[in-house]
Design a protein around this ligand. Structure first.
Ligand code: FES
Length: 106
């Protein structure tokens, strides 16, 4: 599946990702700036915050309770489409998923 990362300046980067990888792992492997992934996907750092494009928000679904709490620790504004990208596992159904990077990670 393709993942499209939209940077703060509006520039887009499309990456061919592997099914089963998370959006965070895809970003880190490909050196996408703006996603840190400090805890390695263990839901304990909130440095992988992204805003999921409206068109994919329903498909991705809402965060679980723990992720919800962690999102409150992010330094950038939280939106209704905020997710921690280590918790978004890629499937073919998510092909073309577009995520916007926040201003800052903790
Ligand atoms: Fe740490 Fe996502 S990588 S919470």
């Amino acid at each position: 599946p393709k993942v499209i990362f939209v940077a703060l300046d509006g520039s887009r980067r499309t990456i061919d990702a592997a099914v089963g990888d998370s959006v965070m792992a895809t970003a880190v492997k490909n050196g996408v700036p703006g996603i840190v992934g400090e805890c390695g996907g263990n839901l304990s750092c909130a440095t992988c915050h992204v805003y999921v494009d409206e068109d994919f928000a329903a498909l991705v679904g809402p965060p679980n309770d723990l992720e919800d709490d962690m999102l409150d620790l992010g330094v950038s504004d939280r939106r209704s489409t905020s997710r921690l990208s280590c918790q978004i596992k890629l499937t073919e159904a998510l092909d073309g998923i577009t995520v916007e990077l926040p201003e800052e990670q903790p």
